[in-house]
Design a protein around this ligand. Structure first.
Ligand code: ADP
Ligand code: MG
Length: 618
């Protein structure tokens, strides 16, 4: 996403400070944070809780509870208590049907084919977008109450691996909640920002995020204020819950317990979780169920969870391999997620990466804190010389080529800053000028894309069609400013233009354009093939007409001329009215039909070249 940028040096007066927050919309818990007195801090609800459980309860009489209150309903009315809906965002039933956590979820999912899955509740069939919007609304209200004013904008974090549909779903949820999304930010990037790593020049960072049910590892590369996600990995079924289970199993085995009812199971898991969390700061704990109680040392606990940590380390290995880095290339390891409080996790991570991970910030809050810093910057509360994090361009940038086709030069999602060049050539013999038409969009036809700018390149030396080499360079700098330069290589004649592609294009425009591009991908392919054949036919007809005019009478008999002209006529007709395939067929017919003519012209030009020259000159 490209961001608009405030003028440097225009830091608003303190009383003009705009209210902006960062939101970590988590699978288990969500948070909201803001920058106050120069530092980022999370905001608590009236009871002093910072974490809002990501749970929505749809009760009787259209009552909706969010967070802790909703959680208390979980056991009583599981079908209407929606947990972990983040896993459903932007995904279809078939996308999620196989996932263990989804199979285990106690609410009913609706299979809507290609469309996003919905949840059946007493409040109707709800999209995960609507459910998430309740969580966002609640956080937005919390922020407005504690900051005492209306929010200008929010930054919402999403996992780095979220695809376009999942990101769009998140944005839609925010829109429904009445929030103005300044941008979505990758969770690992936010964590790195919270530690101020974006102020460094060039570093490789690993973000190790071990939450309740999921493990994500991301390898980031920071170059002059631009974060690039080099790789992501992890395990969507590995987290603190598994630690709890390991502990519970140990308890069952130690006590030779044969069976537990649902109620006991739940209690045991709760006890296991409490014991685990206590062990993060104590050397040993008591764990009990009914009148049975056992002592568990941290040492014993480490043995129980080591196999689980092994899994996480293996995922780190894979992520580094995908990023083509070695563990000693990593400058910083950022710890995120409640389960990184487990001392054994920290030890093992430090050992494997060969450096101490960053743990000073609360691992539950670090993502929200980074998002808050970014939000503050985006609304212009920070000084202009601080660099903005710009990551990728939202829509492809390209040029119009013959036949109204687009040729992409920089593809969508390319990290900026970036410069890319491509060579183009002339279409007609003797062509000395060229219009460069810069367009943005995913579609194949120029008319379906957005026109950004047009400019002329003059001074191309006259040459046969296709001989000139015109190098067109697209450069997008860190401010999102596009510069296009066209240069004819033999003479060096050059023209250039600056365009701002992000201007005036709202997110809905972007979404619409993307949606259209998917919907019409097939149409586009056919249209493109047709245009290509039309262009080729045109080029062939032009070249052949010129040759006929010059040498036709001299080199071809009358009947040969008539035959070739008839074939050209037919091609011309197909070019106007035929399909890609029929034009291609006629191009071949004309090509074959003009072979004799071409040979004779070739011979003639060789003879001409040789005429009057001595043999030893050749
Ligand atoms: P998620 O990213 O899935 O929303 P969190 O990052 O909030 O989850 O992490 C939740 C997990 O962290 C739970 O398994 C919880 O038991 C664990 N956790 C929280 N505090 C501690 C602690 N002090 N020691 C060990 N584990 C903890
Ligand atoms: Mg998390």
């Amino acid at each position: 996403m490209l961001m608009q940028i405030s003028e440097p040096g225009q830091t608003p007066e303190p009383h003009q400070r705009k209210l902006a927050v960062g939101i970590d919309l988590g699978t288990t818990n969500s948070l909201v944070a803001t920058v106050r007195n120069g530092s980022a801090q999370t905001l608590a609800d009236i009871d002093g809780n910072h974490l809002l459980p990501s749970v929505v309860y749809y009760g009787e009489n259209a009552r909706i509870d969010v967070g802790e209150q909703a959680l208390t309903q979980a056991s009583g009315d599981p079908r209407n208590t929606l947990l972990s809906v983040k896993r459903l965002m932007g995904r279809s039933y078939t996308d999620v049907a196989g996932e263990e956590s989804v199979i285990k979820s106690p609410y009913e999912l609706l299979d809507l084919g290609q469309d996003m899955v919905k949840v059946r509740t007493r409040a109707g069939d709800l999209s995960p977008v609507q459910v998430s919007s309740e969580i966002l609304k609640s956080l937005g209200q919390r922020a407005e109450e504690s900051l005492g004013g209306e929010l200008t904008g929010v930054v919402i974090t999403v996992p780095a691996y979220f695809d376009d549909a999942q990101r769009q779903a998140t944005k839609d949820a925010a829109k429904i909640a009445g929030l103005n999304v300044l941008r979505l930010l990758n969770e690992p990037t936010a964590a790195a920002v919270a530690y101020g790593l974006d102020q460094q020049d060039e570093v490789a960072i690993a973000v190790f995020d071990l939450g309740g049910g999921t493990f994500d590892v991301s390898v980031l590369q920071l170059t002059k204020g631009v974060f690039e996600v080099l790789s992501t990995g992890g395990d969507s079924a590995l987290g603190g819950d598994d630690f709890d289970h390991a502990l519970a199993q140990w308890f069952v085995a130690e006590n030779k317990i044969v069976s537990l009812d649902m109620f006991q199971q739940r209690n045991l898991l709760t006890a296991a979780r409490q014991a685990k969390e206590a062990l993060s700061s104590e050397a040993e704990v008591q764990i009990g169920l009914g009148d049975v109680s056992l002592t568990l040392s941290r040492h014993q606990f480490n043995d129980l969870v080591d196999p689980l940590i092994d899994k996480a380390i293996r995922a780190c290995k894979r992520a580094l391999r995908d990023a083509k880095l070695r563990n000693d290339d990593i400058h910083n390891v950022v710890m995120v997620g409640g389960s990184t409080r487990v001392p054994r996790v920290r030890e093992r991570v430090a050992e494997w990466f060969g450096r101490e991970p960053l743990v000073d910030l609360d691992p539950d809050k670090v993502v929200a804190l980074g998002a808050a810093l970014q939000a503050d910057q985006l609304v212009g509360n920070r000084s202009g010389d601080e660099m903005l994090l710009l990551d990728v361009i939202p829509l492809s940038l390209g040029l119009e080529t013959m036949g109204g086709l687009t040729e992409k030069v920089i593809h969508r999602n390319t990290t900026i800053p970036v410069a890319m060049a491509q060579e183009f050539t002339t279409f007609k013999d003797g062509q000395t000028g060229m219009t460069i038409h810069v367009v943005q969009g995913e579609r194949e036809l120029v008319e379906d894309c957005r026109s950004l700018a047009r400019f002329e390149l003059q001074g191309i030396p006259p040459m046969v069609a296709g001989a000139a080499r015109i190098k067109v360079t697209f450069q997008v700098d860190a401010d999102g400013l596009l510069r296009v330069r066209a240069r004819e290589e033999s003479t060096g004649s050059e023209s250039r233009i600056e365009v701002k592609p992000a201007y005036g294009l709202s997110d809905t425009d972007i979404a619409d354009m993307l949606q259209q591009s998917w919907a019409s991908a097939l149409d586009d392919k056919e249209a493109r093939a047709l245009r290509e054949q039309q262009v080729e036919a045109e080029a062939l007809l032009q070249a052949l007409s010129a040759a006929m005019l010059k040498d036709g009478e001299a080199m071809l008999s009358e009947s040969e001329q008539a035959e070739l002209l008839a074939k050209m006529e037919a091609l011309h007709h197909e070019r106007e009215q035929g399909t890609a395939a029929s034009i291609a067929r006629h191009i071949e017919i004309v090509g074959k039909g003009s072979e004799v003519f071409a040979e004779r012209r070739m011979d003639a030009s060789i003879n001409q070249a040789l005429a009057g020259r001595r043999v030893d000159e050749i």
